[in-house]
Design a protein around this ligand. Structure first.
Ligand SMILES: [Fe+2]
Length: 389
């Protein structure tokens, strides 16, 4: 990052935070013309009881709701288009996303389709769609996506020979309001806090060392490293620890705004390739890849990596900047182990059979290659994958 570099900063989502803040949904809905509202969610959220709590709140409004609970991890063009065709004639005026990244991204994609029609594949890229999307409200139920604070939807292009993850970006694709309610997340599985929390840590670190960042995104990302580093163990161990859950969900959104404005890096480039090919869980893939990519990247900006170490409470007293940077990489590796995530991608079914394909997809993904602090060759990516598998 250079403060001299030309950047733009955009954040348009009203963030409502704190225990019980989801109750404010009533007020926000009454402020807007939301009738009829499509609730986008998944079966896990339905079974967890969270959907019921949200529906109870909505009963005290005049809004009519329709529930779509079929979102699957790594949402595809086919699934998104099917959902649109199912609801396009139902007079949907607003959308409420209740879920993790896949749900929020699906909801964003649907919000584009409801006002523009066609297939979501028609809108991959920056500001391709013409009409403003349907107003969107988001209640994140994980602590990692950051999508509730950003203006992108990640959708897997599955009707092509090679499956890849593509992004729909739009200056008007930010949710109108997001409710970051740690109390609502009480009782979620600790393993989900671990995987999604490590995704948020990945956003924070990749965003902080990104070549496209600014002083403003640095502030959002570095403090998020600090908050996640000091809360993720407690939150993983006990998701009834509401203070830790509130910190995690707010830090996660902070990284979402950071990534919308400063980009990410090679971890996401490689993990999107793996996610599309193996339908693998995004947070776990990122968490496994993170130390391997940091090990490759740190020489590009030892000072910033040393600062990441300090934010993660590494004792850097008396260390050279280079040794402090290396200690930061080791701290991330330890944290990954401590929250129960495996060290190798083979543990989640990724094998070396597809390593060439994965390497090619990641190498050709400019969205993540360009901001990565160290210039990576195709061979570098191959080597990272070989070590991580
Ligand atoms: Fe991510």
């Amino acid at each position: 990052m250079s403060a001299n570099k030309l950047t733009e900063f955009l954040a348009k989502t009203k963030l409502v935070t704190g225990s019980g803040c989801v109750e404010q949904l009533k007020y926000e809905i009454n402020q807007n013309d939301c009738n009829t509202m499509l609730i986008v969610t998944d079966k896990g959220i339905k079974n967890s009881g969270i959907l019921e709590k949200v529906e109870t709140i909505l009963k005290s409004t005049n809004v009519e709701t329709i529930v779509y609970d079929e979102v699957k991890p790594n949402p595809t063009v086919t699934a998104t288009d099917e959902a649109y065709n199912l609801f396009k004639d139902r007079g949907i005026k607003s959308i409420l996303a209740v879920g993790g990244g896949s749900v929020i991204d699906s909801a964003k994609a649907l919000s584009v389709l409801f006002t523009n029609g066609g297939s979501i594949a028609d809108y991959f890229g920056f500001d391709i769609y013409k009409n403003d999307p349907t107003p969107l409200f988001a209640i994140p139920t994980t602590v990692g996506t950051g999508s509730e604070g950003g203006h992108a939807a990640v959708i897997t292009e599955d009707n092509t020979e090679l499956k890849t993850k593509k992004l729909v970006f739009g200056q008007t694709l930010f949710p109108a309001v997001a409710f970051l309610d740690g109390e609502l997340l009480r009782g979620m599985p600790g393993a989900l806090v671990a995987s999604t929390g490590m995704d948020a840590l990945t956003h924070a670190i990749e965003g902080y060392v990104s070549r496209n960042g600014s002083v403003i995104t640095d502030a959002l990302n570095l403090h998020a490293v600090r908050v996640i580093g000091s809360s993720i163990l407690e939150a993983t161990a006990n998701t009834d620890n509401i203070e830790a859950m509130n910190k995690m969900v707010q830090a996660s959104t902070s990284t979402g705004i950071g990534m919308a404005n400063g980009g990410l890096g090679l971890v996401h480039g490689i993990s999107h390739a793996i996610g599309a090919q193996y339908d693998a869980p995004h947070g776990i893939v990122n968490a496994i890849l993170l130390p391997y990519v940091l090990e490759f990247n740190w020489i590009a900006d030892p000072y910033k990596f040393a600062q990441v170490g300090e934010a993660l409470r590494v004792n850097t007293w008396g260390l050279s900047v280079e040794d402090a940077a290396k200690a930061a990489v080791e701290k991330v590796r330890t944290l990954t182990k401590e929250v129960g995530i495996p060290e190798k991608l083979s543990a989640i079914g990724v094998d070396k059979e597809n390593i060439e394909v994965l390497t090619d997809i990641a190498f050709n993904d400019e969205l993540y290659m360009a901001p990565n602090p160290r210039k990576a060759t195709r061979q570098d990516i191959y080597n990272i994958l070989e070590s991580a598998i």
